[in-house]
Write a protein that binds this ligand. Structure first.
Ligand SMILES: C[S@@+](CC[C@H](N)C(=O)[O-])C[C@H]1O[C@@H](n2cnc3c(N)ncnc32)[C@H](O)[C@@H]1O
Length: 254
């Protein structure tokens, strides 16, 4: 899937507070080499560069790499094509590896973690964020369940990126000790319809999946179910949407 399609930017704005938490928790020192994996529009990379780090932003989507490069201006920030399982950097070259809701999309979690460990220096830290099960997985689940029904796709067992024990199993063999803390992000939209348009229909995931539902005549029904799920629990008295999404901030140190 190409995360450069549609408009990822409203979601990037939603995730900025989590990027700030991630960068703060990383305790970055000036001059450190920080690698932001799955950098998107550069939420984490830009914050790290502003702390005086030398930053490499790794991002698979060409359009998003252009957005970062245009925003970076004179910061010490290099943008490269790559993904979590294929990072174009030498062994033992990063002091800090950060990934804000991005490594979680790697199709082979063990291969991704092995690649992060390869790039990390012997004394280094890796910090990741990942969603806890909750409202976002519920909303995405409505769409993906319908897509599976339409395409006949199989339901795999997703890796539990939000579970420190599961993360430890991947990181222990690379001599990283994992700890985690659960935080909460407020996602605000003007209305349920605005949430659908800006966070689902125009989001790269929506661009990828909604045409399949439309072709199968299922789009209206799925849209109604998503709007109802939001209306049931997440509308304020003024009609605003305010989703409370919990996430794990995991820190791995060696
Ligand atoms: C939810 S966005 C997060 C972007 C950014 N970190 C932020 O804070 O806004 C997910 C990002 O992961 C990237 N991505 C998707 N698959 C990836 C993979 N296998 N390895 C690394 N990044 C990936 C996407 O291109 C996208 O930029």
């Amino acid at each position: 899937m190409d995360w450069g399609k549609g408009s990822y930017e409203p979601t990037a704005a939603d995730l900025l507070p989590a990027a700030r938490e991630l960068v703060t928790a990383a305790n970055i020192r000036p001059g450190e080499h920080v690698v932001d994996v799955g950098a998107g529009t550069g939420n984490v990379a830009l914050l790290a560069a502003d702390l005086g780090a030398r930053v490499t932003a790794v991002e698979p989507a060409a359009r998003l790499r252009e957005v970062i490069a245009e925003t970076a201006l004179d910061r010490d920030l290099t943008v490269v094509a790559g993904n979590a399982a294929s990072i174009p950097l030498p062994d033992s070259s990063a002091d800090v590896i950060l990934s804000n809701f991005a490594v979680i999309f790697a199709p082979d979690p063990a291969a991704a973690i092995a690649e992060l460990a390869r790039v990390a220096k012997p004394a280094s830290r890796i910090l990741l964020t990942s969603w806890q099960p909750g409202v976002l997985s519920q909303l995405v689940g409505v769409i993906l369940a319908a897509v599976r029904e339409v395409t006949g796709g199989a339901l795999g067992t997703p890796f539990k990126w939000h579970d420190p024990t599961a993360l430890s199993e991947l990181l222990d063999p690379h001599a990283f000790a994992v700890s985690g803390t659960t935080l909460e992000l407020d996602i605000v939209a003007a209305s349920a319809e605005d949430y659908w348009e800006t966070r689902i229909a125009a989001h790269p995931l929506g661009i990828e999946t909604l045409p399949l539902l439309e072709q199968a005549g299922r789009l209206d029904e799925v849209r109604k179910r998503v709007l109802q799920t939001i209306a049931d629990d997440w509308i304020t008295s003024t009609g605003q949407v305010r989703l409370k999404a919990q996430y794990l901030l995991a820190t791995a140190v060696r």
